[in-house]
Design a protein around this ligand. Structure first.
Ligand code: SF4
Length: 80
């Protein structure tokens, strides 16, 4: 079994918040627009911002594809 996590490259992100709009169950925007884990999101594997449940994988993939600054990535880590 594997777990997916959503990573943000903070050197690229400009905080416009598109990802939070696409993943409202996982992300919220801070006061400057940068994505933060929502209250119900769980920590992701390997230091990822949030864990991505299987049912939200397609939405997360869409957010990765639509991030205008290529700041998002979706990684998979095998459970130990
Ligand atoms: S969509 Fe990309 S650039 Fe915009 S807030 Fe999210 S990670 Fe940052």
């Amino acid at each position: 079994m594997s777990r997916s996590g959503l990573h943000v490259d903070w050197t690229r992100c400009d905080g416009r918040g598109l990802c939070a709009e696409l993943l409202p169950r996982l992300l919220v925007r801070d006061e400057w627009g940068y994505p933060l884990p929502s209250q119900t999101a769980r920590p992701g594997p390997g230091g990822a911002l949030v864990r991505v449940p299987a049912k939200l994988t397609a939405d997360a993939e869409q957010a990765v594809a639509l991030c205008p600054l290529l700041a998002l990535s979706l990684t998979t880590e095998a459970d130990r």
